[in-house]
Ligand binder design. Sequence first.
Ligand SMILES: C=C(OP(=O)(O)O)C(=O)O
Ligand SMILES: [Mg+2]
Length: 399
Amino acid sequence: MTRISSISLRRVLDSRGNATVEADVLTDSGGFGRAAAPSGASTGEYEAIELPAKEAIANAREHAVPRLVDSVYAGDQRAVDNTLRAADGTDNFSEIGANSAVAISMAAAKAGADTLGAPLYQHLGGAFRGDNFPIPLGNVVGGGEHAKDATDIQEFLSAPVGAPSVEEAVFANAAVHARIGDIFDERGIGAGKGDEGAWAPPISDEEAFEIVDEAVSEVADEVGFEIKFGLDMAAAEMYEGGAYQYSDGEKSTDEQIEYVADLVEEYDLAYVEDPLDENDYEAFAELTDQVGDQTLICGDDLFVTNVSRLQDGIDAGAANSILIKPNQIGSLSDTFDAIELAVKHGYKTIISHRSGETEDTTIAHLAVATDADYIKTGTVAGERTAKLNELIRIADDAV
Ligand SMILES: C=C(OP(=O)(O)O)C(=O)O
Ligand SMILES: [Mg+2]
């Protein structure tokens, strides 16, 4: 009933104005699914390969589409993804492109859900999902690879850990974003916005900590529940010549560990993503040993949603949480495998957008389907609110 009858691939715009791959999957009985690949800027060294959109589309049309159409059932996600892997023939989707692969994989899941008449989160997660919601981590200030002449730290993330509902959490993050804009006005700081819609001010990390801390506690007082904040340090992007390069000087690995541990203490950080280089499991383990009982130490570029890198991290005690980005690995099945391994070992899971996004809402459903602890999908820009609003709709049984 969910047999794939056709697949169309096209170039569409992402939020940075770059071309990305959109896939439409149709089934014999009229089910339809459409999904688009996101794209990273601060990509991990070990991610699956994104090809230029035209090349990814041409290669997928030649190698993957003929194997899927009239043969594979969209409702059988493993079969779809195994076929994509077989059509590609490499470990990292460098032949058909992880962008074509993930778009087809997600579109097939949506076509399967549509044919079955179920919301995507229910098709992926089962009948008992849909009551628990992830805490949204909202990027409110940032720089790094996402904005020029702004903070060294890539993302300062509002974390409404005490919110009674996903809706209130989403609005709390928007209020923190707005309050930070007011503080910039009060201080005469002119701030543009980075790729994800976070403020991108020309200030030091130190001043950003002060401002985010103030905004978070003011909004927490207003809304009446706890809001903390966290960071994505994207430290692999800063690591050069054996040290972490900041605008005001460099830090050795030991100094970086001490700096992050002190920040966790001083600001009671809820979350720290990629505090160290993506090849340094040992330093990650040292930091996790020091502060892992107080905060989440999360691997993004470290794990790249890859079960074998995650297993290495589990063995080394390198973190206590994992960022999950389907396009880092190229298929939903591989994404689920990473989530299952993480959960089995007590890791928290954070489903994430990329800095280049589209209006696609698959990750909102993925987060609910897998009962993820957090979702990181921005705060205010349209391609970010697409996911946040979808979470609100899921909670309202309106999908
Ligand atoms: C969302 C992120 O950015 P990018 O998509 O550029 O990797 C991140 O690093 O977590
Ligand atoms: Mg990251």
